[in-house]
Write a protein that binds this ligand. Sequence first.
Ligand code: VGL
Length: 216
Amino acid sequence: MKRLALGIIDAQRGFMPANEGIRLNLPGFGELPVERGELIVPNINKLFKAYEILEHTIFTTQDWHPGVTAHFSEQPNFTTTWPIHCVGGTPGAELHPAIAIPRSTERFRKGMEVLKRGEDDQSYSGNNGINDKGIQLGKRLLELGVTEVTLGGLALDYCVGKTALDLRRMDFDVVIAIDATSGIAEESVNSMLKQFNEHDIKITSTDEILVQMETA
Ligand code: VGL
């Protein structure tokens, strides 16, 4: 039997446009803004609601970086080094406040390691995230008997994409809710979409998922 999970990756203030912080009069927005990041929030909420009603597994991940790490740079190249964002315990690391997080949501944190220059950066994949018991995401999903994971969040070409590829490698069926995610750059988005295609990761929309769930 298929067992479903919905995962929202890094839908954090730090990855949302600065305008959104001005609109809401809240700090932490726009640290590493993903264009149109705020537009995914209503779709995330629709998906959360549907998965909650049907009692499927729901999880979120959060980048939870130390203040000083080689993941950050004052001259970021926006492919391997980035402006300071989502430092654990700061407003930028909080999820967007308009996201209605269901009570059953399991939260995973990642990127806590102090990365040294030139070191392999493991912080992108939500699969390297741990819950409050220290259990890694993929292992936890196996424990729960999940077979299919639908993903949204930020950013499509980095953390959402790496999470999708890692979970697919673990043999989960993986689906991307394309209108519940947004990307940083066109080139890296296109390269990620190509990898999705090569690894049989499916692309769908929020409405399509909701219709399917209603008729299942
Ligand atoms: C992310 C770039 C740097 C992401 C995190 O959440 O996709 N992207 N750090």
